[in-house]
Design a binder for this molecule. Structure first.
Ligand SMILES: [Zn+2]
Ligand SMILES: [Zn+2]
Ligand SMILES: [Zn+2]
Length: 137
C-alpha cells in the first residue's frame, strides 16, 4: 500500500519512478519528521552522497519535499498539502526543542504576512525554539 502511494507521488510530480527515488521517499514517509542529509544517509546505507543529494534536489524542485536550515543544520521534510497551497510554500514554522532537540514542521494558527516596500516576498522562513509537546509534560 505504502509502496504504491510512494510510486504515485513520484508519478504525479512528473518524475520517472526509479528504485532510488522510491527508496528515498519511503524514508520520508516512514519518519514523517525533518531529517538531515546524514540521517537520511544512515537510513539508506547503500547510496553515495552525490546520488542522494541529486534525488533530494529533484524532490525539492518538484515540491515533494522542502529544506530549511535550523541551528546550522540543513534539514529536509516532506511537504504537506497546505505546504503547496497557492504556491506560497511552507506556511508553517520550523521548531527545535531545547530539551530533546527534535526538529519539526509546526503548523501555526496564523502565519504572518510581511510586507516590505518595493519588494515581493515569496517565501518566509521562521525558525523557533522552545519546548515541544512531549517535553512540556
Ligand atoms: Zn513544502
Ligand atoms: Zn522536546
Ligand atoms: Zn517544514
Amino acid at each position: 500500500m505504502l509502496r504504491l502511494q510512494i510510486k504515485n507521488i513520484i508519478k504525479e510530480s512528473g518524475l520517472t519512478v526509479t528504485k532510488i527515488r522510491v527508496k528515498v521517499l519511503s524514508v520520508f514517509m516512514q519518519s514523517m519528521k525533518p531529517m538531515t542529509l546524514q540521517s537520511i544517509n544512515k537510513l539508506i546505507n547503500d547510496l553515495d552522497r552525490v546520488t542522494l543529494f541529486r534525488v533530494l534536489s529533484i524532490f525539492e524542485e518538484r515540491k515533494i519535499i522542502h529544506s530549511f536550515v535550523i541551528d546550522h543544520n540543513k534539514c529536509y521534510a516532506l511537504c504537506s498539502y497546505e505546504c503547496n497551497d497557492d504556491h506560497n510554500c511552507h506556511k508553517h514554522i520550523h521548531f527545535k526543542c531545547d530539551d530533546c532537540h527534535e526538529v519539526s514542521c509546526l503548523s501555526v494558527v496564523s502565519f504572518p504576512q510581511i510586507v516590505a516596500k518595493n519588494h515581493i516576498i515569496n517565501n518566509l522562513n521562521i525558525n523557533a525554539s522552545g519546548k515541544c509537546a512531549n517535553c512540556i509534560i
